[in-house]
Design a protein around this ligand. Structure first.
Ligand SMILES: [Zn+2]
Length: 250
């Protein structure tokens, strides 16, 4: 297909205008790569909803939003696309509705399910990249194992108290989550203290890492610590562990 023929495609001129502020940065090729990309967001709480929103605004072609839970009143101190009227409604469904209003060109699917061994392949099998924004270390480790086995990049993102953490895992290139956390703690992160802007900082950084990977840029093997006390984002380089039970044999 030539560049001229693209001008005749429905929606092409609208897309040029919609993305005109980011095209100088990622280029038409980068924009096309985003449009062809499919991303799963696991966990549609305060962090996942904002990552999904930013990816939809950037023009990611397909989003699969996965969360079994319903919106609670205590989600509203962050979760920038959630409203009072959403309390009690399924998070994945609410998030999908909002995203369709933000960018109707995005193909959005809501999955009201809890990610587990039994459904991981069905839920994540056909996406190009996974955002792990759940509040459970067990499901993050499940995403990590699945992503490494299937050579899919994924983004770890977490926010708690006054600190956020992100990491891009690119199987075969970067360290994986298990390299960084060899002995995962047996605790849930549900109900931990969190300030809205800290969740937003971590979400924005996770979306940035995702966009970089989707448009074909390299990201380092690193954990990013977003510290709202010292007002810093620290890049901590991490090595792959050749003894890692998850990625050591890649
Ligand atoms: Zn590893």
């Amino acid at each position: 297909m030539t560049d001229n023929s693209k001008l005749l495609e429905p929606g092409f001129l609208d897309a040029l205008e919609r993305y005109s502020r980011q095209l100088p940065i990622i280029g038409v090729k980068g924009q096309e790569r985003l449009a062809k990309s499919s991303v799963a967001v696991v966990g549609c709480g305060g962090v996942g909803t904002l990552v999904a929103e930013l990816l939809a605004r950037a023009g990611v072609g397909r989003l699969v939003l996965i969360d079994h839970d319903v919106v609670a009143l205590d989600n509203l101190n962050r979760g920038t696309i959630l409203s009072e009227e959403d309390v009690g409604r399924p998070k994945a469904v609410v998030c999908a509705e909002r995203i369709r209003r933000i960018n109707s060109q995005v193909d959005v699917e809501a999955r009201r399910e809890r990610l587990g061994e039994e459904n991981v392949d069905r839920l994540l099998g056909d996406v190009d990249l996974i955002i792990g924004a759940t509040d459970s270390i067990a499901s993050r480790m499940l995403i990590n194992k699945y992503a490494v086995e299937h050579r899919k990049p994924w983004i770890y993102v977490a926010a708690e108290d006054l600190r956020g953490m992100t990491m891009a895992v690119v199987p075969g290139k970067t360290a994986c989550l298990r390299c960084v956390i060899p002995k995962p703690p047996d605790r849930e992160e549900r109900g931990t203290p969190i300030l809205g802007p800290v969740a937003a900082l971590a979400s924005a950084h996770a979306a940035l890492l995702a966009i970089k990977l989707l448009v074909g840029r390299e990201v380092p093997s690193a954990v990013y610590i977003i510290d709202a006390v010292s007002n810093t984002i620290e890049e901590v380089r991490v090595e792959r562990n050749s003894q890692c039970p998850v990625c050591g044999r890649l």
